[in-house]
Design a protein around this ligand. Structure first.
Ligand code: SF4
Length: 393
């Protein structure tokens, strides 16, 4: 039970409402969703690979503020829909008129416009761990959403495994009944050694307990895994134990998000100091193949929808598509070095999207030019990839 005196994380900042808010990130699968900020930043904020909220303080937003955000988006959506009905669309001049009208909440108008254009069917609760909100408050938000936007079919959120472990089953089940549909958990690895090395704050057993609990509550579970996170030293264990953890959990979705080393992440500093041995693209692909090949008894969907992934075609339903979704990894590993460099640089520069693009003469020509311009060779291509990937984050 929340009381002002038991608020170690400054959870309910006693600030006045300053308008509609959005946080910095969402899962790639929520690109079309309305982003609704329930809490700000990350209450853990220690993962060594993650720069997103470093230096920022976690706080819960007062539930009244979140409810006002829902109302603000509803009001903006009504104004936009009126124009759409009258004119058959929303010209820029009309959008500007609504967004800059006296008393308008411009950020809410932008959010409503994006939401309506994308179909108005999904909502993502931000930031890094919306389940830190009191279940009663979250239920109120879900209820307000349902009444304001009956078209919404899916509401999802991120959550830490440790947070899920602390929520009673009945509360989670109530959230599922209230309309929360899916929880995304950043598992990253099933290896206790890797999890400790990156200060994830949870071990494999913790991930398994939380994952099973989410599913038992009637919620869909999406587990993020991070190829490359163990570095060269822990690659084998990372693949083996991540697969083991996923077999124990059997999540609805396994989402791949390849390691990159952006500025601001403690792991990047370790790498620069020579204390983390990052693998190249070929070794990372081999690690992912080992992990996927040993996923027996798992019936979820493998998704490779993150911009940092080398091979977006590693997608499919398990167990039915096991061969199809692992085939691109085998094909990439079998490429001769110059072809591998060509695809690697083509993909990291956004010229190529899948291995099939190697057969397109025009795309090959553009990728060849980039290889020349960047001076990429079989020896230097991984360093070039690392540099290009840092630009994505
Ligand atoms: S829990 Fe998520 S948001 Fe928080 S530091 Fe770790 S990876 Fe980053």
């Amino acid at each position: 039970m929340f009381r002002p005196g038991n608020d170690p994380l400054g959870q309910r900042a006693m600030t006045s409402y300053a308008g509609f808010e959005q946080g910095p990130i969402r899962p790639p699968s929520e690109a079309k969703s309305l982003l609704l900020r329930v809490s700000r930043n990350c209450p853990w904020n220690r993962c060594a690979f993650c720069p997103v909220y470093k230096g920022e303080r976690f706080s819960r937003r007062p539930v009244e503020h979140v409810l006002r955000d829902v109302d603000a988006v509803r009001a903006a959506a009504d104004a936009l829909l009126e124009v759409r009905e009258r004119l058959g669309g929303v010209p820029f001049s009309e959008f500007q008129r609504i967004a800059y009208a006296a008393g308008a909440d411009r950020r809410a108008v932008h959010a409503a416009h994006h939401f309506l254009q994308a179909g108005g069917s999904s909502v993502f609760l931000q930031d890094a761990n919306a389940l830190m909100a009191r279940p009663r408050d979250l239920a109120a938000v879900l209820e307000r959403l349902r009444r304001a936007f009956p078209s919404v079919e899916r509401v999802t959120t991120y959550a830490r495994a440790r947070t899920v472990e602390r929520i009673p089953h009945e509360e989670l089940a109530r959230l599922a009944e209230a309309g929360l549909g899916r929880v995304h958990v950043g598992m990253e690895s099933g290896s206790d050694a890797v999890l400790a090395m990156v200060d994830k704050g949870v071990d494999q057993d913790g991930h398994v307990a939380a994952g099973i609990k989410i599913k038992r509550a009637g919620l869909e579970l999406s587990e993020y895994v991070m190829p490359g996170l163990g570095g060269r030293a822990l690659s084998g264990e990372h693949a083996r134990e991540t697969s083991a953890a996923l077999r124990r959990i059997d999540p609805d979705f396994i989402r791949i998000r390849t390691l990159a080393l952006p500025e601001g992440a403690p792991l990047t500093e370790r790498w620069k100091a020579g204390r983390f041995d990052k693998m190249g693209e070929r070794e990372t692909a081999a690690e992912l193949l080992t992990m996927l090949e040993s996923l027996r008894g798992v019936a979820g969907r493998v998704a490779s929808d993150h911009v940092l992934n080398l091979l977006p075609e590693v997608e499919g339903e398990l167990p039915r598509d096991r061969e199809r979704l692992t085939a691109p990894l085998r094909r990439f590993l079998a490429l001769e070095a110059p072809e591998r460099v060509l695809y690697q640089i083509g993909k990291r520069c956004g010229v190529m999207q899948t291995l099939a693009d190697l057969n397109d003469p025009e795309l090959r020509g553009r990728a060849e030019q980039l290889v020349r311009e960047l001076g990429a060779t079989p020896e230097s291509a991984d360093a070039v990839s690392d540099r290009l990937m840092r630009g994505f984050i």
